[in-house]
Design a protein around this ligand. Structure first.
Ligand SMILES: Cc1cc2nc3c(=O)[nH]c(=O)nc-3n(C[C@H](O)[C@H](O)[C@H](O)COP(=O)(O)OP(=O)(O)OC[C@H]3O[C@@H](n4cnc5c(N)ncnc54)[C@H](O)[C@@H]3O)c2cc1C
Length: 206
């Protein structure tokens, strides 16, 4: 691979990598996005609780080791195009205290405004049951607010299968490069797009 053609090579197409790819390609940079996973299938099992949570249909099967107790566990990771934004709850709160970052609060606010536009962050009215709970909190002197969410109102039917499920309606706003002609390669950053090393769990090399 001749990587001198790229201004940046990004590993992973999730919220982090995908957003960075969009930011750079918006500025005209040439970006190679490496993604180890394949496309999530659109199928009835997307909304099947047993398949999703009991059988872990879209999760990883590999084992990691707890660095403190030394115990193996299966992490809540998802290796697919779009990363966890294809299955997450799409609640996109702005961080209130990010003082550890190398950019000041003013710049952070500007970035968040940009991210809000890209992820279509907006507020939906409470569902009736939540509205009743909200009223109870308001009556007790609290100030409950709807969660900011990054869904596409025209496609979202406000079902009860969001957090953790792959949306078959593609109603979540997920990250993607600004220029669709930018190269994507499905493969593993460790093994390369067309090879598979022993021990590597990349499943869909290009
Ligand atoms: C069920 C669930 C619900 C959630 N709900 C919310 C929510 O409502 N609001 C919220 O703010 N957050 C939520 N989160 C957390 C949020 O989804 C994550 O914090 C966020 O998506 C992490 O983004 P990321 O880019 O760091 O990682 P990911 O989105 O996981 O992306 C990493 C990408 O890198 C790829 N990759 C990994 N290794 C390699 C390699 N060697 N080579 C090539 N590619 C590789 C992976 O396949 C993946 O696509 C939720 C998470 C889960 C699991």
């Amino acid at each position: 691979m001749n990587d001198s053609r790229y201004d940046a090579i990004i590993v992973g197409s999730g919220m982090g990598g995908g957003t960075l790819a969009r930011a750079l390609t918006t500025q005209g940079k040439h970006v190679l996005l490496l993604e180890r996973g394949g496309w999530l299938p659109r199928e009835p099992a997307n909304w099947d609780t047993e398949q999703v949570f009991q059988r872990g249909r879209y999760g990883v099967t590999e084992q990691w080791v707890d660095g403190i107790a030394g115990k193996p566990f299966t992490p809540g990771e998802h290796y697919n195009v779009g990363g966890k934004t294809k299955l997450y709850g799409a609640a996109l709160f702005a961080a209130r205290d990010m003082n550890g970052l190398p950019v000041g609060l003013g710049r952070q606010a500007a970035y968040y405004q940009q991210a809000k536009r890209w992820y279509h962050v907006h507020y939906e009215p409470h569902a009736p049951v939540i509205a009743r709970i909200s009223d109870v909190f308001t009556g007790a002197g609290f100030r409950p607010e709807p969660a900011p969410i990054g869904t596409i109102p025209q496609q979202c039917i406000m079902c009860d299968k969001c957090d953790g499920f792959a949306c078959p309606l593609h109603a979540r706003r997920t990250p993607k490069p600004a220029a669709s002609n930018q190269p994507w390669i499905r493969g593993c950053a460790r093994c390369g797009p067309a090879s598979r090393s022993p021990g590597c769990t990349a499943t869909t090399p290009a």
